[in-house]
Unconditional design. Structure first.
Length: 139
């Protein structure tokens, strides 16, 4: 491995770790029930396409998360996690979650603003039947 490849691999690992931490924060009850955390993590222009097809903006999402009662569900497991830089200040994150409510394919777009990453877009698509067993190319 050349030194450039090595540096690139270390940078990818660092980015994966950083965005995995951010996505885990967004799934954590402590964050989902904290207006302070959500205001900091969600971009002012945030949009989500929910699995129902409904579109949420930042205020709707914060309101929904603050009222949400997940009934002590165990944490979800994140699988097939992938980080794809789209620009120096914009990154696409894709992954699949597995939890008590089933499997969901997720995609997030994070933008860097004032030195911190903020979530500007998210989409979750529930997997039904055998769809959860589809292989991902290159994985």
């Amino acid at each position: 491995m050349t030194s450039d490849n090595y540096r690139g691999a270390i940078q990818r690992d660092k980015w994966e770790s950083e965005f995995l931490s951010l996505e885990r924060l967004m799934l954590a009850d402590e964050v989902r029930h904290s207006i302070r955390h959500l205001e900091r993590l969600l971009h002012d222009d945030f949009r989500e396409f929910g699995s129902s097809g409904r579109v949420y903006d930042k205020s709707m999402m914060i309101d929904m998360m603050m009222r949400e009662d997940r009934g002590g569900q165990p944490d979800v497991v994140i699988r097939e996690f992938r980080v794809t830089p789209m620009a120096p200040d914009c990154t696409l994150v894709t992954y699949r979650t597995v939890g008590a409510s089933g499997q969901v394919r997720r995609s997030s777009v994070w933008v860097q603003e004032d030195g911190r990453w903020r979530l500007i877009f998210h989409q979750g698509t529930k997997l039904t039947g055998r769809m959860g067993n589809i292989a991902v190319p290159g994985r």
